[in-house]
Design a protein. Structure first.
Ligand code: DGJ
Length: 381
């Protein structure tokens, strides 16, 4: 009898330990700003990223920044994670890797930022675009790179990097801007005349032949399946929205300038309640600044500033809860439910940058975000 009881106690103990270990290992809440362990227990290394939903699963692609324990530059690239519940993420490996060949523009030491993946229904392929800077050149090249895969998790085959829309004028670029003669060398950088010249397309003209600069970027697929490449252009002073070809692998040459001279980056676009919305940030490097919410009835339309979407303390609003937008994620099966995805950059150790995910709430028909240290899907009404 005593041995039987002992065995029973031992068994119960083991079961309880297993349950508690299992429960500890699962994430039950979003905890913005804290270490977010993947299913291996490692902080999710997918920064400036984006998520697509495919086959009942979310796939998160982001910058795989070299963690302190791994200094091998050839491990650098775009990571992929998968999840059913958005809380618990399995590492699927590097979907795009730098190419260990000095002849390739994607060689180790280049910069890959803000990767986004979309699925093309016609070609049945996954298309990745990312901000690409060349090794040793800082942020001068201002290219966008494209890669392709048959499988969502990769490997993605690098196709090329380019500056968009070489030799074509934006749709909303008046004749007088095309023919204006004013150049950078005529003006004092940052002066009122310089700002005016920027608004009136000085950099569009300068880069006309070689293609427009493309730094922070995102992709947006509209209701009709048309995809757009949205990028910070013109020395980060103006956003450009560019239509992609039907296979999503190139630019059609149809593009518009958005908010000329307003210095936006980190664009994140979504459609809800009959309008397009865009979260963006100002341009302060890795330091956070106040988010800007814009809206337009038409995608190629007049984008208007709504204001700061943050609803926190003055300091929180000034820094977007110490984060910078990367995507506004639509939640499957819930109408008008979105998650704000942002990055809290740690420039000294980019792999340790924290994820700031917050529920998008609605106030007078406009999206707003508030701080929640712990939250889950029940917060998404
Ligand atoms: C701000 C951008 O949003 C980031 O993606 C990164 O390019 C940093 N600037 C670099 O300073």
């Amino acid at each position: 009898m005593v041995t039987y009881l002992k065995k029973l106690l031992l068994l119960t103990g083991t079961v309880l330990t297993c349950i508690s270990v299992y429960c500890q290992d699962l994430n039950h809440y979003f905890k913005p700003g804290q270490i977010w362990p993947d299913t291996r227990g490692r902080h999710i290394n997918a920064h400036g990223g984006g998520i697509i939903y495919y086959n009942n699963t979310y796939y998160w692609f982001g910058e795989y920044r070299l963690p302190r324990y791994d200094k091998d530059k050839s491990h650098y690239g775009v990571s992929c994670y998968s999840s059913k519940d958005l809380l618990n993420w399995k590492y699927e490996g590097l979907a795009l890797k730098v190419i260990d060949d000095t002849a390739s523009q994607l060689n180790p030491g280049c910069i890959i930022e803000r990767p986004k993946v979309i699925y093309n229904n016609k070609t049945r392929k996954f298309v990745m675009w990312f901000h690409h800077e060349l090794k040793g050149e800082g942020y001068k090249a201002a290219l966008t790179g494209v890669a392709l895969s048959d499988n969502i998790t990769g490997p993605y085959k690098y196709i090329r990097s380019l500056r968009p829309n070489a030799g074509v004028w934006p749709v909303n670029f008046p004749e007088e801007y095309r023919n204006a003669k004013v150049k950078e060398s005529d003006l004092k950088n940052g002066s009122e005349e310089w700002k005016r010249a920027v608004r009136e397309g000085m950099f569009v003209r300068r880069d006309f032949a070689g293609g427009q600069m493309s730094r922070d970027m995102t992709l947006f697929v509209d209701k009709d399946g048309k995809a757009y490449h949205v990028h910070a252009s013109e020395e980060n002073m103006t956003l450009q929205f560019s239509e992609l070809t039907d296979d999503y692998l190139d630019f059609t040459g149809r593009y518009i300038r958005v908010l000329p001279g307003d210095s936006n980056e980190a664009p994140a676009i979504f459609y809800a309640r009959g309008r397009y919305f865009m979260f963006a940030s100002g341009t302060t490097g890795w330091k956070p600044n106040a988010a800007r919410l814009y809206s337009s009835k038409k995608f190629f339309g007049e984008w208007k500033l709504i204001g700061n979407p943050c609803r926190g303390t003055e300091d929180e609003n000034k820094t977007t809860f110490n984060s910078q937008s990367t995507m506004i994620l639509p939640i499957q099966g819930k109408k008008n439910a979105f998650i704000y995805m942002g990055d809290r950059w740690n420039p000294d150790n980019l792999a340790d940058s924290r994820h700031i995910w917050l529920p998008v709430e609605w106030e007078n028909g406009y999206p707003v975000i508030k701080w929640y240290p712990n939250w889950n899907m029940n917060n998404l009404k």
